[in-house]
Design a protein around this ligand. Sequence first.
Ligand SMILES: Nc1ncnc2c1ncn2[C@@H]1O[C@H](COP(=O)(O)OP(=O)(O)O)[C@@H](O)[C@H]1O
Ligand SMILES: [Mg+2]
Length: 279
Amino acid sequence: MIKLEGVTKQYGNLKAVDNLDLQISAGVFFGLLGPNGAGKTTLIRMLIGLAKPSSGKVYIGNMEVERNNNKQKSMIGIVPQHTNLDKELTVRENLIFCGKLHRIPPEERKKRIDKLLDFIDLKEGEHRLSQKLSGGMQRKLMIAKALINDPEILFLDEPTVGIDLNARRNIWDILKAMKDRGKTIIMTTHYIEEAEYLCDRVALMNEGKIFFCDTPENLRKQLGNYTLEYFNQDKKTEYLYYKAIEEAKDFAAGLDTDFTIRETTLEDVFYNFTNRKVM
Ligand SMILES: Nc1ncnc2c1ncn2[C@@H]1O[C@H](COP(=O)(O)OP(=O)(O)O)[C@@H](O)[C@H]1O
Ligand SMILES: [Mg+2]
């Protein structure tokens, strides 16, 4: 469904995205996980045709991505990192405006908007100005906007940054429902638990490169399913990874400091390969 071949995006001396090859199949919930500055937004912008690669090729469907290709535009929905709501308009008006941009005829438009308002649970607030909505509601409205053209592929750039825990869970449910409907979803995040909970495949990204790409389970397995954390003699936390919990316990038995044994997370995987925490 999506393919990148040797894609680089260079800003001056900086390679924001560095010679990436990547393939994402239809129906997959794909996560790009990495710290701020990793190149996630730049990659998304090239996928949706808003930025041109310095070199390499990007394909959606079997077509090379172009900025103003209407066929491609009709295939994708975008939830950008920063708000794209018209603050002076109500919830419903935002959706009407967006439907008009997609040239959806009035009757069909109304049908879709009613459905979407139900789906994101904003029916009651439909006449509120979007600037009066909570952060979580604004995000949901942005998702509804992205869905107005019933796209096959949904791009979400850090969809739950800066919103409270309940709203985040609520958005997770919405995204899971989208996946169940067979949509291909590409989401960036720097929240480990978000990638772990939602994604079929996760690409770990740092400094413009993807250094691992697999299912969350395989990523953890590769490192070792169990993590032993202890304070070493220099009062620094040491991390060791084990396939079996017994091996971890055996090692810990010889320690004379405090330790914990726990299941390995994607954060451990990331930390181990970059020595840099995602958050
Ligand atoms: N338009 C731009 N001009 C110059 N540098 C940019 C531009 N966009 C992004 N960058 C740089 O590219 C790197 C990756 O940025 P970005 O893709 O926004 O990362 P992320 O979304 O993972 O936080 C950063 O170092 C950022 O400062
Ligand atoms: Mg970003």
